[in-house]
Design a protein around this ligand. Sequence first.
Ligand SMILES: [Zn+2]
Length: 334
Amino acid sequence: MKIDMHTHIMPEKLPRWADKFGYGDFIHLEHNEPGYADMIKGNKFFRRVEQNCWDPELRIEEYAGHGTQVQVICTIPVLFSYWAKPEHTLEVSEYLNDHIADIVEKYPKNYIGLGTVPMQDTDLAIKELERCKKIGLVGIQIGSNINDKNLSEPQFFPIFEACQEMGMAVFVHPWNMMGFHSMEKYWLPWLVGMPAETSRAICSMIFSGVFEKLPKLRCCFAHAGGSFLPTIGRIEHGFNCRPDLVAVDNPVNPRNYLGKFWVDCITHDIKMLKYVLETVGTNKVTLGSDYPFPLGDLTIGEFIEESDLPASTKEAIFCNNTLDWLNLDADAFS
Ligand SMILES: [Zn+2]
């Protein structure tokens, strides 16, 4: 069985939140051509998407073509809307979470759902986290920073603590990329900014002691942890040579946390994937694709199937590691 734990989905129709709330660059959709929709941010074109961005049955058919039976679905990061007034982000989150919960309820053997919460407001985030659990979602997806605040900020700790207490998994996805406006050419926010963002998130959580204080928190990071794993040597050396700067909140060597969180396999490079497996352990790498977006691995792990990795490692990546991360049983999908 293959479970793809990194995929994005949205409803076919979105309310006109900017009109309703009277401000802001909320995303709305324009369906000008059958099978396509233009995502509009404020009044600027953001991205053209296809029907597989919202149609659950078309998706099932498409991913079955790559030997996949189950997708973990979460929203598209541009819809996080953390910049809005908290009560409005909450309303957006509720809308998106209800949509995902409906799909999970209708197709329980094909979909697992992660929610989104208004991270900029700790109380509202926990309130929506609780509701996510009630409506059948098994975790949340959050950004790599929240309105430029790092995940090390004390305001986020109670949210992580609530996730641990409730047994809700956390998927950290890069968004609101650092340096966005100074490197828009060549798609650099996606090619350079995103891997850096994910490393920023992991370092922030390690150095502030989130993993140290919450050992049962189940966290997975997108795109194989971005640039974190390839630069762990530098990060550890920094910790050792300048503890006055690095070890101010947590005295534990960052290398100690390897194997304590999950990363997906989206590397597009078998050599890098082997390094990642060696670094975090074969039980901590999950199958992800970033479906349905073109920068993703849209043959859903074919490069792993074709590799010389042992069958047991492939099986762990394709299924068991995601089940462990989400604390789910394979029987639920057979
Ligand atoms: Zn993604």
